[in-house]
Design a protein around this ligand. Structure first.
Ligand code: NDP
Length: 294
């Protein structure tokens, strides 16, 4: 069997186009231009690249982007003051604080200080609680993007056995909640799970969010399953260079799975698209409007 390759780049591009159309309609009908403030503390090169691509995506969708670049020695008090200003700023509908933060800053405290209505990362406990109780919430972008990709193969996920490897607050747990809301039978696996390979082999939908290069081998996959590889791992490549691989052995997965996401070009582009989707959703919610259709 040769699996269908799920083209996250193309799917994200289409989603971004739809978001731009919905944003244009929001501006035309209600005079609201969604705005995203991105806060970067320090100069971690990977974070800088990520922040730049988010700002670019926001602008391309016809939204406003407000970049706040702070020095690495910024105090926690100063960062909290900035968040307070952004919480009060009516032109800002979404606030995103790029992680990791320098060690003098308590990340949890900072993330919890963001107005839940502007928490486009969906990390605030209020949003986690709303998601868990089936209420309107801002949901973490990577899980949302992962489910959208799975639904391109299986438009209804109801009744499918889904296994999520990883239980972090930003990927694994919200992903499991979303799959439960889609009526999947969900198993959450983690580092203490027994017989992980056998657990994975039961999955119609297998999501790997572990951070271990190519850990999921071909013989862990049920033939015909949909495999969504969330992992992004940098490993040594040819000629002293590095290359990106996922948590799934892609070559082996291609032989067994029904569909699989590549790394790069799978979940990654969807995460950025879902940041602007959440900014649009936050802008609509702040004006008391229903969920935008994209
Ligand atoms: P974390 O390190 O926070 O969580 C990793 C999870 O994997 C933990 O729950 C851990 O279990 C579990 N785990 C670790 N080792 C094993 C193992 N040997 N067997 C089974 N489970 C294991 O990572 P994140 O959730 O933040 O990220 C996961 C991956 O997704 C990373 O590669 C990251 O780079 C990538 N990522 C990609 C994004 C994208 O846009 N595509 C966005 C965010 C993340 P335990 O809880 O028991 O320790």
């Amino acid at each position: 069997m040769t699996a269908t390759i799920i083209d996250g780049k193309a799917i994200a591009q289409e989603l971004r186009g739809n978001i731009a159309k919905a944003a244009a309609q929001l501006a035309k009908e209600h005079g609201i231009v969604p705005g995203l403030a991105v806060v970067l503390v320090g100069n971690d090169p990977a974070s800088e690249v990520y922040v730049k691509s988010k700002s670019k995506a926001v602008t391309e969708a016809g939204m406003k982007s407000f970049d706040h670049k702070l020095p690495a020695d910024t105090s926690q008090a100063d960062l909290l003051k900035l968040i307070e200003q952004l919480n009060a700023d009516k032109s800002v509908h979404g606030i995103l604080v790029q992680l990791p933060l320098p060690s003098q800053i308590d990340s949890t405290l900072v993330l919890n200080s963001i107005d839940p209505g502007k928490d486009v990362d969906g990390f605030h406990p209020v949003n986690a609680g709303r998601l868990a109780t089936g209420q309107r919430a801002l949901v973490p972008c990577t899980p949302v993007g992962s489910v959208i990709l799975a639904k391109t193969i299986n438009p209804s996920l109801a009744g499918l056995d889904a296994v999520v490897i990883g239980r972090s607050n930003i990927v694994g747990k919200p992903l499991a909640q979303l799959l439960l809301a889609e009526n999947c039978t969900v198993t959450i696996a983690h580092s203490k799970t027994k017989d992980l390979k056998e657990v994975c082999r039961r999955a119609d939908l297998l999501f790997a969010a572990v951070g271990r290069p190519e850990m999921v081998r071909g013989d862990w996959i049920k033939p015909g399953a949909t495999v969504i590889d969330v992992g992004i791992n940098r490993v040594p490549g040819e000629g002293g260079k590095t290359r990106l691989v996922g948590d799934v052995n892609y070559k082996e997965a291609l032989e067994v799975a029904g569909a699989v996401t590549p790394v790069p070009g799978g979940v990654g582009p969807m995460t950025i698209a879902c940041v602007i989707l959440n900014t649009l959703r936050a802008a609509c919610a702040s004006a008391g409007l229903p969920e935008p259709k994209v």
